[in-house]
Design a binder for this molecule. Structure first.
Ligand code: ZN
Length: 215
């Protein structure tokens, strides 16, 4: 197990446990949890109390997909592939390998300039997920975000104005974040990134987190 310095925030882990996140975010959370003992322990505690969410927020607040996922957790039915948590081997942990259909060597990259490549994995109406390949030493253009951007490092490392992020680390960027991620020299950096449509995500998370944290 690797040493993860930047863990996933509680609200996202709770949303995942409750089956309420967009699919693209589920992928990033499941992949991160595969790499972090700490995140896995927290997730197990949230899943243990997850059933209470239904009573607290009411069935009407969950859309059909979330309800189905939450009920499956409660009744113990097998969940879809992504919640299957297995130790990581190779570059891609199991949840990501299942989505890609293999490890790093099976990815069909598309160049996007400056040596940077990407591969879109999932595009839903509420969020999308993609792999990003940044050559060692390459800086990304400075950018801000309309909604939430969730970045998980799979190989190499990058630094931005906030901190340094290496394999297993998660960075959550939002509307207040303006950053210039730069891959460290020495190894090409590969990240899994999910971004949402801001209105949808802003609405879901506070509702789900509230019963857990009691605010
Ligand atoms: Zn960003």
């Amino acid at each position: 197990m690797i040493d993860v310095n930047h863990q996933i925030p509680d609200d996202l882990l709770m949303g995942y446990a409750a089956g309420a996140l967009p699919e693209a975010f589920d992928l990033v959370v499941a992949t991160h949890v595969s790499l972090s003992d700490e995140a896995r322990a927290r997730l197990e505690s949230y899943e243990a109390i997850g059933g209470g969410v239904l009573e607290t927020i009411g069935l009407a607040d969950l859309d059909a997909h979330s309800l189905e996922a939450t009920l499956a957790r409660i009744t113990g039915d097998p969940m879809p592939e992504m919640t299957e948590i297995a130790p990581a081997t190779g570059v891609f942990p199991a949840p990501l390998r299942q989505m890609v259909g293999g490890d790093l060597d099976t990815v069909k990259w598309r160049p996007v300039g400056m040596g940077v490549k990407q591969c879109v994995l999932h595009t839903g109406k509420d969020a999308s997920a993609r792999l990003l390949y940044i050559p060692a030493g390459q800086a990304m253009p400075m950018h801000s975000h309309r909604g939430t951007e969730m970045t998980l490092v799979l190989q190499g490392a990058y630094a931005d104005e906030e901190d340094r992020f290496a394999r297993g680390d998660i960075e959550i960027a939002n509307a207040e974040t303006h950053h210039t991620p730069t891959a460290e020299p020495g190894a090409d950096c590969i990240c899994l990134i999910a971004t949402d449509a801001p209105l949808k995500f802003d609405g879901i998370l506070p509702r789900i987190a509230q019963p857990f944290v009691g605010i």
